[in-house]
Design a protein around this ligand. Structure first.
Ligand SMILES: [Zn+2]
Length: 218
């Protein structure tokens, strides 16, 4: 069988494995990879149970993956963890989404709450931001120095935002989260789905906030 060849691009320090790479297994998320001192950190794990093969063909060996940060617990962002069990890098996810994750990935050997990630995130120049609304434990990751936001399914490019009608979703929380994100300076927007924005991310977030104010019930 030919090795999968992921669609890869780069935004700042991040390698982007675009969601189209994982076509064939249903919905998948984008996957972002950051390299720091010889270790790799993964942001979202896609919905592909063989994520590791895709990472390997992008030059990322499982033994060098030091952590996986999950924006939330939906299957299309977490199923790829299955392929990392042999190496079991710590998977960080909000405890409020842990059960949701475990509906897809049962008994992953190394899982921690996102609050335990602050030290490693700070070494990577990042902070986590709780952004409930799409799910109770939805989390964004922000690099103040780069004005770069990994936004999961909270906000996408072109004024789109995550659905709130799935279990655990909340219109009110989504409006509050978008409001919070819109007050931050964002140049690069790296969303869970759709295309990555490398300039003027804040404009996309403001558009999403104004759409949400017209559509959701706060
Ligand atoms: Zn989702």
């Amino acid at each position: 069988m030919p090795l999968p060849s992921p669609l890869v691009s780069r935004v700042g320090r991040f390698l982007v494995l675009h969601e189209e790479s994982f076509a064939g297994v249903g919905i998948s998320s984008n996957v972002y990879v950051l390299r720091e001192e010889g270790s790799f950190y993964i942001f979202d794990a896609s919905g592909h149970p063989s994520l590791l093969s895709y990472l390997a063909s992008a030059g990322i060996h499982g033994s060098l993956i030091s952590g996986v940060f999950l924006t939330h617990g939906h299957y299309d962002h977490v199923r790829g963890l299955e392929s990392l069990r042999d190496y079991s890098p710590t998977a960080y996810i909000s405890s409020r989404d842990r059960q949701l994750m475990e509906e897809t990935v049962r008994g992953y050997p190394s899982c921690a709450d996102i609050s335990d990630a602050s030290e490693v995130l700070s070494r990577l120049g990042l902070v986590s931001i709780p952004t409930p609304g799409h799910t109770p434990g939805s989390t964004c990751f922000y690099s103040p120095d780069e004005a770069l936001l990994i936004s999961g399914d909270t906000v996408f490019s072109d004024g789109y935002f995550g659905r709130t009608d799935l279990p655990g979703g909340s219109d009110q929380d989504m409006l509050r989260s978008l409001d919070r994100l819109s007050s931050m300076s964002v140049k690069a927007l790296l969303p869970g789905h759709g295309h990555v924005v490398s300039e003027c991310g804040s404009r996309h977030i403001l558009d999403a906030l104004s759409c949400a104010r017209g559509m959701l019930h706060g």
